[in-house]
Design a binder for this molecule. Structure first.
Ligand code: ZN
Length: 174
């Protein structure tokens, strides 16, 4: 196991080389959101939406806090981005999310016409960006998103693994 590299950005030697428009950089911002979910004892998934090289939405999973099964990071981020742009069409936007989107979130991404979806950890059980289904690029839908998989995959997956390992150690939790 490698030490958790997502908890704080305390000056890795690569900092100076970071390209602020890169997928690596924006996934780092999504990881930061996932870390907030972790601290709030939510399944650690984070998302950001980028428009014209600028982050216009940041969110993390809040299902427990809001007691709302639809409060996935991607859903909250999509709503924020639509408000920020004053438009439900997000063709010019890129969604970065730490885990492969579920059916609901992939469906929402298609409805919002997101230009591109970038994810970290694949979800072989429920992933709908190619894992189980590919709803993001479903041939008969009227919109298909570009997909980039596996950006900072190890960090994204590690966060989920530590979270679920910790949950299992708690006898009072279901
Ligand atoms: Zn989802």
């Amino acid at each position: 196991m490698t030490p958790d590299s997502t908890s704080d950005g305390n000056g890795s030697p690569d900092d100076a080389l970071i390209d602020l428009t890169s997928d690596h950089h924006f996934m780092g911002e999504a990881l930061r959101q996932a870390g907030k979910a972790y601290q709030a004892e939510e399944v650690p998934v984070g998302a950001v939406i980028v428009h014209g090289g600028r982050i216009i939405a940041r969110a993390y999973n809040q299902v427990e806090l809001l007691k709302d099964a639809t409060a996935h990071a991607e859903m909250l981020a999509i709503t924020q981005a639509e408000s920020a742009l004053g438009d439900w069409r997000l063709n010019e936007c890129v969604l970065y999310v730490t885990k492969e989107p579920c059916p609901m979130c992939a469906g929402a991404a298609v409805h919002a016409r997101l230009g591109r979806v970038v994810f970290g950890a694949p979800d072989p059980k429920a992933g709908c960006a190619g894992g189980v289904l590919n709803l993001l690029q479903f041939p008969s839908f009227n919109h298909r998103c570009e997909v980039t998989a596996g950006v900072r995959e190890a960090e994204c997956r590690q966060l989920l693994r530590s979270f679920f390992a910790e949950q299992r150690r708690r006898p009072d939790e279901v």
